[in-house]
Design a protein around this ligand. Structure first.
Ligand code: DON
Length: 564
């Protein structure tokens, strides 16, 4: 009886903290920090750090917990990237991006007229890539983790089995997705309780099927997902519903440890994700141009600032579209050239500081977009840092999956170039490096990044946002390194986005003055207002306080920084 009262009291405290208070204050930690899209998952990460786990352990537990608490993007049915700075200053990355299935081909989405059939690269089971998340987390843990694997999976199982309180933010999404058409099969009942109603704010939302899948992963490691009963059910479900992923695809999937791409800016070192993400290469191209232009002398948010930043973005996105794809299929990519300081110098020479240049529609660029992805940042007491971004591509991915397994498949195949050879001014890209091929990884924009000072982590940062990710992360890095902003201010400050094609600047509504917009238009820019750009989760180090400082973007309704 007493324990029941205690349980109810602690649940009540949990509800108060999730429903009644702001989660977005800047937070301090002497020994470690986790900042993620759900406060309960940040707490899971911190609980692992407190048990003596390192940043990798905390990241594994946080990622699996987000698959329960933040199902629009937290996942075991998708993929992503880890950038990992070890306490000794060495940096490595893990690529667990989804792969095209063995039965995929460059023209798989086209009808007899060469046009995309029924949005099939984004919707339905052909849009699903072979998931990488479990393999990536497992591989990172095998190599660098400290605590037993099972202890890291258990908190997610507990959250799925016992439930956690529905927040207002999640409830809003739950109402929306439960009404989607029935081809989004798993979403129909995803958020409903035993009474058939969408679970209301403050009530416990339980996911028993997902708990069972997570138990297989706890007990058998990666094989619990890629072999045995889960893999059999994935193949059965795919076959029954027109999908092409087989047990062979699953058994063959491997995550890859890769070298980061890096550059310097003032006395900082910047490490980010190499291809198959375009994020790191583009971020570095833009940062190098900022150094060349001596951006610190240009006032933040001025006309000159927006112009320079947009022109740099335009160029980096053109290169992204022309050159980048899966490195295992494109061994000749000119990455060293693109991220070199000499290249930035030559680029700066033909950048007009008074006039907008024009994106050439016969050349390169891509649409921005996608709905959701999630990033989290972790640091432990020894100074190991993790920057992890993973995704299902759109919010709730393909919106499809087996009720028996309880997780949602990604729709990441939409990140491949869908029509070979066709590049349009509206932003569809047809260049070779990112065409579909069996077992190839689709190009990503995810940009998990770590900035170091004196070989120690100084800023751990990343964001969702499709192609806007690159520019969101870039501007936040710039805000901290060039404009000395506090982490929370750097995250909230006005962001713009330019991606070569379509040729326009998106800016956050109400955050750019009309005078500045007029001046930019007079220089030849087109400006389009949009809602917030990015959902950043960041950690910095305050040397004077000898403490980590974390902040979650206020665009994340349930997100929070938790330090200890
Ligand atoms: O990997 C990529 O670049 C995209 N699939 C990410 C999608 C995304 O960020 C959507 N989120 N807002």
């Amino acid at each position: 009886m007493k324990s029941k009262i205690l349980l109810n009291l602690s649940l009540f405290a949990l509800l108060i903290s999730s429903l009644g208070t702001s989660l977005h204050a800047q937070t301090y930690g002497k020994n470690g920090m986790v900042v993620s899209d759900h406060h309960l998952s940040s707490e899971v990460g911190v609980s692992i750090l407190k048990k003596g786990g390192n940043a990798i352990d905390a990241a594994v537990a946080t990622a699996l917990s987000l698959a329960v608490t933040h199902p629009e993007a937290g996942n075991i049915g998708g993929g992503g990237f880890i950038v990992f700075m070890k306490a000794d200053g060495d940096v490595t990355t893990f690529d667990f991006r989804e792969k095209a299935p063995l039965a995929a081909s460059p023209t798989m989405f086209l009808d007899e007229n060469g046009e995309i059939r029924d949005n099939s690269n984004h919707k339905g089971l052909l849009s699903v890539g072979v998931p990488g998340t479990v393999a990536g987390l497992y591989q990172a843990h095998q190599k660098y983790g400290k605590l037993p694997w099972g202890e890291l999976v258990q908190p997610a199982i507990d959250q799925a089995k016992n439930g956690f309180p529905m927040s207002f933010g999640l409830y809003r999404a739950a109402l929306q997705v439960s009404k989607r058409d029935s081809s989004y099969d798993i979403l129909q009942n995803f958020f409903r309780g035993p009474d058939g109603e969408v679970v209301a704010p403050g009530e416990l939302w339980k996911q028993p099927a997902l708990a069972q899948t997570l138990e297989a992963i706890r007990d058998q490691g990666r094989d619990g997902f890629y072999k045995g009963a889960v893999a059999e059910e994935i193949e059965r479900y795919m076959k029954a519903n027109g999908g092409i992923i087989t047990q062979e695809d699953l058994a063959k999937y491997e995550a890859v440890e890769r070298k980061p791409v890096k550059t310097t800016f003032k006395d900082f070192e910047i490490f980010s994700m190499p291809p198959p993400s375009s994020g790191g290469v583009a971020l570095i191209e833009i940062m190098n141009l900022m150094e060349e232009a001596d951006i610190s002398k240009i006032e933040f948010n001025s006309t000159a600032y927006v112009h320079l930043v947009a022109e740099a973005m335009r160029r980096a996105f053109a290169d992204r579209a022309e050159f980048l794809g899966d490195p295992d299929f494109n061994p000749e990519m000119p990455i060293d050239h693109l991220i070199s300081k000499d290249f930035a110098k030559s680029r700066f020479e033909n950048l007009d500081l008074t006039q907008a240049s024009k994106s050439d529609s016969s050349k390169f660029g891509q649409l921005y977009g996608g709905d959701h992805t999630t990033h989290f940042s972790v640091i432990d007491k020894d100074g190991n840092a993790i920057s992890l971004t993973y995704t299902l591509e759109n919010s709730y991915g393909a919106g499809m999956g087996s009720d028996k397994l309880g997780f949602i498949f990604n729709n990441e195949m939409g990140d491949f170039n869908p029509v070979p050879g066709i590049t349009t001014s509206t932003g569809q890209i047809g260049s070779d490096p990112n065409l579909v091929a069996p077992e190839k990884r689709m190009l990503s924009s995810m940009t998990p990044t770590i900035v170091a000072k004196d070989h120690k982590p100084y800023l751990v940062i990343g964001s969702p946002g499709g192609r806007t990710i690159i520019n969101t992360v870039f501007q936040t890095v710039l805000n901290v390194l060039a404009y000395d902003m506090r982490i929370d201010r750097a995250i909230e400050a006005m962001k713009i986005h330019h991606q070569w094609l379509p040729d326009r600047i998106l800016y956050e509504r109400n955050l750019l003055s009309p005078d500045t917009r007029d001046a930019l238009e007079a220089m030849g820019h087109t400006l389009i207002p949009t809602t917030n750009i990015g959902v950043l989760m960041g950690i910095t180090y305050d040397a004077r306080l000898r403490a980590y400082v974390g902040a979650a973007d206020s665009a994340s309704e349930d997100g929070a920084a938790k330090g200890y």
